[in-house]
Design a protein around this ligand. Structure first.
Ligand code: 3PG
Length: 209
């Protein structure tokens, strides 16, 4: 059976990818997303602020703080310590995924091909991120993967946008759709959290349609 946390992500349905230059913005970004109707985010470890952002938002009510771009077991340990409730990886490294899982973090590992889906399935993962989904062929590519893997749930990310969001989310086996479009780096930089809340609300409306 699937975890309660995965079901919470599924209920939110959209996972904003947040690249922060300044961890001091993390709480306001998280609150803007939550208040717009999207109660989760992936803070990427692409910038040093990512870990502090997770730590700063892990206790927000109605919000799930996740770690993204987790590439190494050291980063996995750091994400666990920061209090991440979930983590995603761009590709599939069993050592990294296992470390996260052992640390009590819900991990959605990234895959791109049938071989990788099969490998993740063999290792006990039933929910995988498909990256970069938009560039691999979008919803049509997901449909092709869904055929042989009917029990896997997919999180498309990479090239997803408001125009394709609804098409992904119509598929019952799409756990959530993910991407960075809701939280542009320059919008964070100028502290325009209203724009983030509005972008989140627009996407929540597509989800709820
Ligand atoms: C990810 O890590 O999933 C991607 O950076 C999100 O892709 P996008 O920037 O194309 O939305």
């Amino acid at each position: 059976s699937r975890s309660a946390l995965t079901e919470r992500i599924s209920a939110v349905g959209i996972v904003p990818v947040v690249v922060l230059d300044d961890a001091d913005r993390a709480r306001d970004v998280a609150l803007a997303l939550r208040d717009g109707g999207i109660g989760c985010a992936e803070f990427t470890l692409r910038t040093p602020a990512g870990l502090a952002a997770i730590a700063a938002t892990a206790d927000i009510d109605g919000f799930l703080a996740g770690a993204g771009t987790v590439l190494t077991v050291e980063q996995a340990d750091a994400a666990i310590d920061a209090g991440a409730s979930f983590a995603v990886t761009p590709g599939y490294d069993p050592a990294v995924a296992d470390r996260l899982r052992a640390g009590g973090v819900e991990v959605v590992p990234g895959v791109a091909t049938p071989t990788e889906v099969q490998r993740a399935l063999a290792d006990g993962f039933r929910d995988v991120k498909i990256f970069p989904a938009g560039h691999l062929g979008g919803a049509g590519y997901l449909d092709a993967l869904h055929g042989p893997f009917p029990d896997m749930r997919f999180v498309p990310s990479g090239g997803v946008d408001p125009g394709s969001l609804g098409d992904y989310l119509r598929r019952s086996w799409v756990l959530a759709a993910s991407g960075s479009w809701m939280v542009p780096r320059d919008v964070i930089a100028r502290g325009d959290f209203d724009t983030i809340r509005t972008a989140a609300a627009d996407c929540a409306r597509i989800r709820d349609d």
